[in-house]
Ligand binder design. Structure first.
Ligand SMILES: [Fe+2]
Length: 244
């Protein structure tokens, strides 16, 4: 199994190659060898364009009535309070022209404050929190805004290489106005020392595009005595997708 130093050296080489490329890559590179666990499952052929009208005939749909506003508060889904640093994450969803996208289904999922997912696939020895499931969703308002209340997720180990740890992140999925517009991405936290070591984050090779995945700490969003505030705006067609 490669060491972090070997993975970091590969990341550095690919970053250097990008500097000489002469064109911008907004999205993650699909063939990104330091991300070992994607090597056998990333697409190797160009994506097929499909007719969005036709795909809508058989694709999943959701109704606004099925989204309960309480689902946006991940800290109040159980009898007690979850452990961890309480935070709100708010943002605006806009299209590439800056117009707000209203009625957008925004879904999030995340590890708990100890870095553990409530999922059978996560068996690493960090505690589960009986008061935290780690999933939520909401619809954007008329101005494209969304808001979640949650706890800050912890970093967690994954087996991409020896001593591999994912930086703290929240997974986001936006359903779009049509099924073919779905965006899946991750939100990271500014100043996390794991960001530069992480092959998933670094697979977005363009530094400016990568920075779009960082939330901004906003002191004005804090609820005094209660929670920290982070802002994460999403621009459809510009925010990099996740190939996790
Ligand atoms: Fe994750």
């Amino acid at each position: 199994m490669p060491t972090q130093a070997e993975i970091s050296a590969e990341i550095a080489l690919l970053a250097k190659e990008y500097e000489t490329l002469g064109e911008r890559e907004l999205h993650p590179r699909l063939d990104y060898p330091p991300y070992r666990s994607s090597r056998l499952r990333h697409p190797e052929h160009p994506l097929h364009r499909v007719d969005p009208e036709g795909v809508e005939l058989t694709s999943p749909v959701f109704g606004q009535a099925t989204v309960d506003p309480r689902e946006a508060d991940l800290t109040s889904r159980h009898d007690g309070d979850p452990i961890g640093e309480r935070m709100v994450v708010v943002g605006r969803v806009t299209d590439a022209g800056g117009r707000p996208v209203a009625g957008q289904l925004v879904e999030v999922w995340q590890a708990n404050a100890a870095g553990r997912y409530r999922h059978p696939g996560d068996q690493h020895p960090a505690p589960l929190d009986p008061n935290f499931t780690g999933v939520g969703r909401c619809l954007t308002g008329p101005d494209g805004r969304y808001r979640f209340v949650t706890v800050r997720p912890g970093p967690y180990p994954w087996r991409n290489h020896h001593n591999a740890w994912r930086p703290a992140h929240i997974h986001f999925s936006l359903f779009g106005r049509a099924f073919t517009q779905r965006l899946v991405t991750q939100m990271y936290f500014p100043g996390d020392p794991l960001l530069e070591l992480d092959p998933i984050h670094q697979s977005v090779r363009d530094p400016a595009a990568r920075s779009l995945l960082l939330a901004t700490y906003d002191h004005e969003l804090n609820e005094p005595e209660v929670s920290m505030g982070y802002r994460f705006d999403i621009v459809l067609g510009r925010t990099p997708v996740e190939h996790g």
